[in-house]
Design a protein around this ligand. Structure first.
Ligand code: ADP
Ligand code: MG
Length: 252
């Protein structure tokens, strides 16, 4: 089964232009530009508090920006609720802390969003849920509750749940940073296979092995700004900016 639908290959997946955001008086995003083509994978890294989460949360309007534009698959994010709905349908999100519904089974976590927001019939929703649970290699966990699973398994459920909605773009916000080390690989492997199938992805992560292997471009943020953006080899082997160099020395 294909994870992405036919689309116009000339149309950018995401355009972020001159984006500014404030939390009260705090200027958290400063004139951010980011352009993502279909099937591209962008890795965003940078120190804690630099605005990485805020930036990707703006893309599906979990946060509101004050200036600049965000266009997802040709739909401009503005006050129109219809546009926000359209964009949220196209954009899947995976969070650091999984954000599964603890009182619902793994199967129901994946089926219910389809039933509620896509009006999929229960039988079809459950079938699709099982397909994607197989895809992330945990179909045997379908009847359990999230709390009965390891962190790595829970994160794979979260990925399956997002994929059930047939997103055109996936946003990942530090998907492995809450996991015990031995579980990081199983989640990264799932993301690598998504990338290999051509999913458009923005991934906030400090997993630099993943970035080197999967990213088309690595972006470094500091103090609300994109300070450096380059292809992985150049980014890691010859960072142009002093702040990028210092950051890379600290994490590797
Ligand atoms: P990162 O993901 O890079 O660690 P965040 O986007 O979470 O950074 O946060 C950027 C800055 O904005 C931080 O200084 C953080 O404290 C602040 N911040 C984040 N969310 C809020 C909020 N809801 N209200 C006020 N300040 C916030
Ligand atoms: Mg963050």
């Amino acid at each position: 089964m294909s994870i992405h639908e036919e689309r116009d290959v000339d149309q950018p997946a995401i355009v972020i232009r001159n984006l500014d955001k404030w939390y009260g008086n705090y200027h958290v995003l400063r004139n951010v530009d980011l352009f993502v083509k279909p099937r591209e994978r962008i890795v965003i890294c940078g120190p804690s508090g630099s605005g990485k989460s805020t930036l990707i949360r703006c893309v599906n309007h979990l946060e509101e920006h004050q200036r600049g534009e965000i266009i997802v698959n040709g739909t401009a994010l503005n006050e129109s609720l219809k546009n926000i709905d359209t964009i949220r349908r196209d954009v899947g999100m995976v969070f650091q802390h999984f954000n599964l519904f603890p009182h619902l089974s793994v199967l129901e976590n994946c089926a219910l969003p389809q039933i509620l927001s896509r009006r999929t019939r229960r039988k079809d929703a459950e079938e699709r849920a099982m397909q994607f649970l197989e895809r992330v290699r945990i179909p045997d966990q379908a009847r359990k509750f999230p709390g009965q699973l390891s962190g790595g398994q829970q994160q794979r459920v979260a990925i399956a749940r997002a994929l059930c909605m047939a997103p055109k773009v996936m946003l990942f916000d530090e998907p492995t940073s809450a996991l015990d080390p031995e579980m990081v690989k199983e989640v990264l492997d799932t993301m690598v296979s998504l990338a290999e199938e051509g999913m458009t992805m923005i991934v906030v992560t400090h997993e630099m092995g993943f970035a080197r292997r999967v990213a088309n471009r690595v972006v470094f943020m500091d103090q609300g700004m994109i300070v450096e953006s380059n292809v992985p080899d150049a980014f890691f082997d010859a960072p142009a900016n002093e702040r990028t160099r210092r950051f890379l020395q600290q994490i590797v």
